[in-house]
Design a protein around this ligand. Structure first.
Ligand code: S3P
Length: 172
């Protein structure tokens, strides 16, 4: 099957993926897919409930399955959950689905943007948030086709930078 050529946003929780994706979608007219939201709709439960019932492995299995399903969708702007880059299988799938944009943010910048950590089970888990952040950096870098530094930037600025980078690379 031909690649849908999606634009997939990855980055740590609080990097602004959902807001930047919404803005990019309204600017480009491409559909918006928020993967976490889609998981909740298809599973009929909140992410927090999935983690509570099945733990992180259960959530990751669902996330991988729904990510793969995006191969059947028209070209879209996709906002992915922060941990999607954890498995080699997902990183490979991301590449097959289109262009991966990594929204980089400092640890402090990410924390400042996270309003409600109660809804983010990975911030309540055994791994301290800073360790989680540092452990993922190399994976975001590995999977990224384009990197945009969002630290200290507003959503509007981050979206403009992303748009400019996508145009420069001939993706949009
Ligand atoms: C996760 C990030 C969340 C969500 C889930 C796990 C993670 O998405 O997918 O709680 O492992 O970093 P956001 O990055 O949109 O908060």
């Amino acid at each position: 099957m031909a690649s849908p050529n999606h634009i997939l946003l990855v980055g740590f929780m609080g990097s602004g993926k959902s807001s930047v994706a919404r803005r990019l979608s309204s600017i480009t007219g491409l559909s918006l897919i928020d993967l976490d939201y889609r998981i909740e709709v298809l599973e009929h439960r909140k992410i927090k409930q999935i983690f509570a019932a099945e733990g992180e492995p259960g959530f990751r299995a669902i996330e991988t399955r729904i990510l793969k399903g995006l191969a059947r969708e028209d070209r879209s702007i996709v906002s992915c959950g922060g941990g999607i880059i954890g498995s080699a299988e997902n990183r490979e799938t991301l590449h097959q689905l289109g262009t991966v944009v990594y929204l980089q943010v400092s640890f402090e910048g990410a924390l400042a943007r996270i309003s409600n950590s109660n809804n983010r089970p990975m911030l309540q888990g055994e791994i301290p948030p800073r360790e989680l952040y540092e452990g993922r950096l190399a994976l975001y870098e590995e999977v990224a086709d384009i990197t945009v530094d969002t630290t200290g930037r507003t959503v509007y600025q981050a979206a403009s930078l992303t748009l400019a980078a996508l145009k420069k690379e001939g993706i949009l």
